[in-house]
Design a protein. Structure first.
Length: 425
């Protein structure tokens, strides 16, 4: 049997059952740990704060609050991994060499500390209930099937209530089994929902959306500044290339033409020699202009799109490259250009520094994001450091809210992944 989800795809019932069972066990684990953990953290915090006026709390409070933060961080990890809910961590940094007085009152002045303190009683009550319900809702339907098997008589010689069904004979036991089947079907959807509701409740108290907004503004400010700096540097590069390359050749060609005009009647042989040199200079200037234009926006990228441009880029490398492209459309020109030059920089680094014998490129679009992965079998050790080419790629991608991830253990392999949110035409 298949079950159709909201997104329109069809998932086997076994997958739904596995998800329900997984959510139920996770809810039980969270409930068993959250209740004693929250009670312990809450009581220790109250006692430590009460001891601050007599001086003992000044020493103990930083340790207690650090433990509370570790407990809250553990819940943040579970929320991200088990519920798909990312909870912002927004603790203010403390001086490394701060004395107990400065640490205590520095932590107490942090709004995130009081959000943690407010979250503890909520977690031990409503949070415990929502997590435990996720387990109970998946377990309770099984009782209806146990009743239908006749085992209810072992528990009670008279009437046994299952939900709103009074069980007193085999017929009513079958009614209980039918109710259990209905509850089991409902549990397939409600159990994961209750677990996510538990983590969203945690996010509503622990999360700091104002801090998240401030972080977003900071990132946008930095990426805008980087974009302006990158554009200015690119303009200076173009100006320098024109001045030192094509412009110098054109000036020399103009001087040669003036000399040819003066020698045309007096020394035709010398004039023909200078004319040939001027023709070579014009060809060299044209080649340099084409290279300059290709560096600004490659013609193959404009004409045939990112997929073919990456394939053409791979063909020019001295090592074998396998490309896998799955793009049902084209992104906007700035996004294509950013992705192309990011791949170009990554490939250049792989050829120069990794010692790779083979490179794989995977380029596809899914879930509203353009994703490019470049993997090589080189020696590894690549990092995003200041002054490196990868750091420059990361800054340029930030203009488009793109991200760069590097996995490069010592000995290889190295995998560099680029993701840029965009829509395809």
């Amino acid at each position: 049997m298949d079950i159709e989800t909201k997104s329109g795809d069809r998932r086997p019932a076994t997958d739904r059952t596995r998800t329900m069972a997984q959510s139920a066990l996770r809810g039980l684990a969270v409930a068993l740990v959250s209740l004693p953990g929250s009670v312990l953290c809450f009581c220790l915090t109250l006692v430590s704060l009460a001891l601050v006026p007599i001086g003992i709390g000044i020493v103990t409070t930083p340790y207690v609050l650090t433990g509370v933060r570790m407990f809250a961080d553990w819940r943040r990890v579970l929320a991200a991994e088990w519920g798909g809910v990312r909870i912002q961590r927004a603790y203010r940094p403390l001086p490394k060499d701060a004395n107990p007085w400065a640490r205590t009152f520095g932590m107490l002045r942090d709004p995130a500390t009081w959000r943690d303190f407010l979250w503890l009683p909520v977690d031990m009550t409503l949070g415990f209930v929502t997590a435990l319900l996720a387990f109970a809702l998946a377990l309770y339907p099984l009782e209806g099937f146990v009743i239908a098997a006749g085992l209810w008589r072992v528990w009670d010689g008279g009437t046994y209530w299952y939900g709103f069904v009074p069980v007193s004979d085999q017929t009513t036991a079958l009614y209980a089994a039918a109710l259990g089947a209905v509850l089991l079907v409902a549990a397939h959807w409600l159990t994961p929902f209750l677990l996510r509701a538990h983590f969203r409740l945690t996010d509503a108290i622990l999360g700091s959306h104002q801090v998240e907004l401030a972080e977003r503004v900071r990132v946008l400010t930095e990426t805008r500044r980087d974009a302006v700096d990158t554009s200015a540097a690119e303009l200076r590069r173009i100006e320098r290339d024109l001045h030192d390359g094509a412009q110098a050749r054109l000036v020399a060609m103009g001087m040669d033409l003036g000399t040819i005009e003066a020698l045309l009647e007096k020394d035709p042989a010398k004039a023909r020699e200078l004319l040939a040199r001027a023709r070579r200079s014009s060809a060299d200037a044209l080649t340099e202009l084409r290279e300059l234009v290709r560096g600004i926006h490659p013609p193959v990228l404009a004409e045939r799109g990112l997929g073919d441009a990456v394939r053409a880029l791979a063909l020019r490398l001295p090592v074998p490259v396998e490309t896998d492209v799955d793009l049902p459309g084209r992104a906007e020109a700035p996004v294509e250009s950013a992705a192309y030059f990011a791949v170009s920089e990554i490939l250049t680094n792989a050829v120069k520094h990794s010692g790779a014998e083979r490179i794989w490129i995977d380029l596809h679009h899914a879930d509203g994001r353009l994703r490019v992965s470049v993997t090589d079998d080189g020696k590894g050790g690549a990092v995003i450091g200041a002054g490196s080419g990868l750091a420059g790629v990361e800054r340029r991608l930030g203009t488009f809210d793109g991200v760069l991830a590097v996995s490069s253990p010592a000995g290889g392999p190295t995998m560099v992944t680029v993701e840029i949110p965009c829509a395809l035409s």
